[in-house]
Design a protein around this ligand. Sequence first.
Ligand code: SAH
Length: 348
Amino acid sequence: MQSLYDLNYEQMGDFAQSMRWKRFRGHQIFQWLYRERVTDVDAMTNLSKETRSILKERFVIDPLKLVKKQVSHDGTTKFLFQTEDGSLLESVMMVFDYGRSVCVSSQVGCNMGCAFCASGLTKKRRDLTSGEMVAQFLNIQRELDKEDQRLSHIVVMGTGEPFDNYENVMNFLATVNHDRGLGIGSRHITISTCGVVPRIYEFADEHTQYNLAVSLHAPNDELRSRLMPINKAYPLSELMKAIRYYGQENNRRLTFEYILLKGINDQPQHARQLAKLLHGLNAYVNLIPYNSVDEKQFKSVTREAAMVFYDLLMKNHVRCTIRKEHGQDIDAACGQLRINEIKKGLGQ
Ligand code: SAH
């Protein structure tokens, strides 16, 4: 059944009108969902009994069930959810000095097939609906309510490729960003893509002010195509052209993600190639320690090797940071918790 979380503010008003209710009814329902955060239609006490029963016939509120929670000693918490059709998905909450961030999944499994990633170990079962993404946020916020804490940031960096589920992701962000919705400022929202070029143009033209992060992981086509099959469809020249267009249209700093894989993309020549590739862009590179995945051979570099790579980039005028590791004592790698639970036969 459809979830009320699937409808953004405008769509809720449209729905109310289509029922020959006042548009204002949509506004009221939205307030109940996101201001009061009710999970039962009958709690919407300013709606008539009849209106409520129509809503209950057509919609659920929360489409997810929380099935597992793993808490790390550093506060990072992984949540495993199950959808109504039995799919499993995971979300992560991370604690930073600037606030609490939730990493949201956009698909069940992933078709991008990146060589190092646990998410692609199972093919995409389906796209997540926008309501299922909203529900990841709200379920975690409900857990945080118990500690009087709130989520302040969102990264769409969980399982799935957000630009392979563009419309639902944008719809989800419209609700979380709306000041009558969850009110998360656009500058606190980041979408990460492996480089689906046509969607980068589309996103650039929308001028949303959300941050864009691009998973690069290699500075030349030969290596990138080996690690990330998407590079065969959209090689670096096309990707960089799209990114430059985004940079012209949106005066925002761009983040590039680069996992340092031991013996693969961590050599001095890679750092120099990377600096050349990013020359002239308002870019910032996030060097990521690799979270090992049982099924994969890749290894992370040592902290010292990461520092050498970092120094070389800085010397070549590329701003960068080495990402702090989170949740090392729980199934940290993207998609790893879900895969482990599928192996145990809990779901799909
Ligand atoms: N599909 C999108 C978003 C999901 S992946 C994308 O590719 O950007 C989010 C980030 O985590 C990507 O940069 C991805 O390459 C990285 N990642 C995947 N597996 C990882 C692992 N085992 N260790 C560290 N980072 C990983």
